[in-house]
Write a protein that binds this ligand. Structure first.
Ligand SMILES: NC(=O)c1ccc[n+]([C@@H]2O[C@H](COP(=O)([O-])OP(=O)(O)OC[C@H]3O[C@@H](n4cnc5c(N)ncnc54)[C@H](O)[C@@H]3O)[C@@H](O)[C@H]2O)c1
Length: 350
């Protein structure tokens, strides 16, 4: 017979959403759909936005955060502009309210560090909304056995939306990929080379960065080449990972990918190398017979929903969230290093 789980692992959590703009309205919807969460209230500086949520979901609408806290929420999703994250998150954590805060954690490393420290003071959980980790494409990549990346290439480009232009493309878009890279490799880059261009505003609109990670336990380093642009004519989200035994290529927009593995064993490879060395003409060998090509096993799922489910699960088990404040801080720190490196290389931006 299975044991009955303790009540705190089954009770429905009373959720609030702070900021119900472009992202917050999706979080509000999911708080009404995900098992274990119940949307009880929203806060927004805009009366019309909170009224819309009240009308749609029958929750309460508040003009200020203290009233939401006083209404007795267990957890909140914070989806306000990044410059407001610190004040809101610190208030919530001090009141013992668990927080899922949108990315980037903060507009600069100093504020990110303050939030990370605040999250260590109390018992409330802080998760950062690095949602790409929960994208089914990334979930499939994470599950590939024995993937030891040596070279990673990531492109994230979109046409200009004229949103979030108060921050540069590194903090707004590339930050997604910085979190993924640090997660996959388990370390922050040792060296960074970058260049950037600002075309429309004062912050950078396009950036390319080459990140050299410290060598792993096997002594071999990984290099990543990351490009983000918000001035493209199309939307593209692509990743290519080269490791010694496996090559993965995936398209987040198409939700598909390919995994290529060696189809020959070490002995057969040794023979090919030997023939190569002996100067033999190998042009009759069919490369496609030497590799096994399979589709990446991408399951269905909405990344934001999977993220919220993971947050609810972390609260219920009283454990560590998958994307903690330290991870959010590391991504902001790396973003700042990239902007600094681009400036050093001559890029003109504020
Ligand atoms: N995960 C992603 O892919 C993704 C995508 C876009 C934006 N974001 C992040 O989400 C956050 C919000 O971005 P957005 O595009 O939804 O912005 P938005 O401007 O569309 O919405 C922000 C909302 O917050 C409200 N607001 C502002 N200050 C407030 C305050 N102090 N208290 C309460 N409400 C306040 C505004 O009235 C607005 O309704 C940002 O941190 C952004 O970086 C994440």
């Amino acid at each position: 017979m299975s044991a009955t789980p303790p009540a705190n692992q089954t009770a429905t959590l009373r959720f609030g959403v702070v900021g119900v703009g472009r992202m917050g309205r999706h979080h509000a919807r999911l708080c009404t759909q995900v098992e274990g969460a119940d949307l009880v209230g929203v806060v927004d500086a805009s009366e019309s936005r909170r009224a819309e949520m009240v009308e749609q979901y029958g929750c309460d609408g508040f003009a200020n955060l203290d009233d939401l806290i006083a209404s007795g929420v267990d957890a909140c999703v914070v989806a306000t502009p990044t410059i407001t994250h610190r004040a809101i998150v610190e208030t919530l954590l001090a009141a013992g309210v668990h927080c899922l805060v949108e990315k980037p954690l903060a507009p600069d490393p100093e504020e990110a560090r303050c939030i990370a420290e605040a999250s260590q003071r109390g018992s409330a959980i802080l998760q950062v909304g690095h949602v790409v980790r929960f994208d089914p494409v990334m979930v499939a990549i994470r599950q590939i056995q024995g993937l030891r990346p040596r070279f990673i290439e990531i492109d994230r480009v979109s046409p200009m939306t004229f949103r979030s232009v108060d921050v540069g493309v590194v903090l707004d878009m590339m930050i997604h990929d910085l979190d993924v890279l640090i997660m996959l490799i388990g370390a922050e880059p040792a060296e960074i080379y970058a260049n950037a261009v600002s075309v429309l505003g004062e912050a950078e609109d396009v950036c390319n960065a080459r990140l050299v990670f410290p060598p792993g336990p096997d002594g071999i380093a990984c290099t990543a080449n990351v490009t983000a642009s918000r001035l493209a004519l199309k939307t593209e989200r692509k990743i290519r990972i080269i490791s010694e035994d496996t090559y993965v290529s995936a398209d987040f927009a198409l939700r598909s990918g390919t995994v290529v593995r060696k189809a020959v064993n070490e002995q057969q490879l040794g023979q090919i190398r030997e023939r190569f060395r002996a100067g033999e003409d190998l042009s009759t060998l069919n490369y496609l017979e030497l590799v096994k090509v399979e589709p990446l096993a991408v399951e269905a799922g909405e990344p934001l929903r999977l993220q919220l489910e993971s947050f609810v699960a972390a609260i219920r088990r009283g454990g560590h969230p998958f994307v903690d404040a330290e991870a959010g801080f590391a991504a902001v720190r790396t973003a700042q290093r990239i902007v600094d490196a681009a400036r050093k290389a001559g890029a003109r931006m504020v």
